[in-house]
Write a protein that binds this ligand. Sequence first.
Ligand SMILES: [Zn+2]
Length: 411
Amino acid sequence: MTNIYRRSANHHLMRDINRALILNHLRLAAPQSRAELAERTGLTRSTVSSLVDELIADNLVHETGIAPSRGGRRGTLLALNPAGGCAIGVAITSDAITVLLTDFVAHPRWQRQMTLEDTDPTQVMGQVEALIDEALAYNAAHEGIPLLGIGLATPGLVRVRDGTLRTATNLGWRDIPFQARWEARYGVPVRVGNEASIAALGEHYFGAGAGFHDFVYLELSTRAIGAGIFVDGRLYQGVDGYAGEVGHMVIDPAGAMCSCGRRGCWEAVLRQVADLTPLREALAAGTPSSLGDPARLTRAAVLTAAAAGDALARDYVQRVLDVLVTGLANLVNVFNPQRVVLGGSLGLSLGPFLPTMQSALTAQVTLPAESVPDLVLAQIATNPSALGAVALVLDEIMSEPVPVVSRQSWP
Ligand SMILES: [Zn+2]
């Protein structure tokens, strides 16, 4: 590599980083003048001006008005241009498919959800692609905004570098090259990730993780536990993209059998304590409780009764919380996050119990009390993975590119 080439590579990299920096600042706060952008990004005013001209020419930024006078010449205000590009976010879960089309500021333009009738991969692929085609047809018939990319959130283990779903045990899928297939079919960049990681990215962009560089997002249901872990402002994916499989962290080697073949995985133990059968039996045996008919018992009703003080329901909830906090304490000890965001159907129902969990967590972690992260609920309650998949597309454009040049080759 010649010195000149190296300089020019670095120059392009710097320009890409600075473009992303400006876009991201405008995403977080708009409108802003060029002078404000220079102040907040630390870039020179001339760098900001030339990059903004470029972004306006690319249609990604537009002028929205005149800034109030700051003593000198009044500057024009800038914001992201919603019509600068659109993104498609796709979320596949074990029972539904969601396809969401948004503009450049992530406002939904079109959305559709379908129940998954069959988990046969060919059939699901057909269903998903038909929905994407519908979204594209809608866009073409309306604003006709250029498509920036497609993001996909799927259950299972995703090899991130080539966007291949390696395995999804609950769907029975293996080796599906989503990225290669859709890049060939749609001619735009396609990014794929595991649903919990992608929901975490969505919370980072639009929800409870905004402004937090180090946080853990947990997707909790009584069937599975997934996580997205942010370290230094980036989703931690591991070398192949499989990081975050916290549900298979063993918390009791003699515990319940897990679907992965081992004993006592966090999600297996949770599944066991969250089972309503013993509660139904206790009710049927005449244990006094406000819970009513054991045959019609729901988990939501148990949580409500526990929050209202029903002793039987409280015992059940306490066992569930104990298991959750045990795993959480392990994660907090390992990652020292600023915040833990609880999402998923179970996570979002834990609001009344957050103070109890918070003090149990403080008692269990080895960190100093002031470093115990706050537990909060996720803010994106509907379709977090579809919105996260949109963030995956935007993140390609707005997050600062990681230098790929090795350290030694820098001048
Ligand atoms: Zn397991």
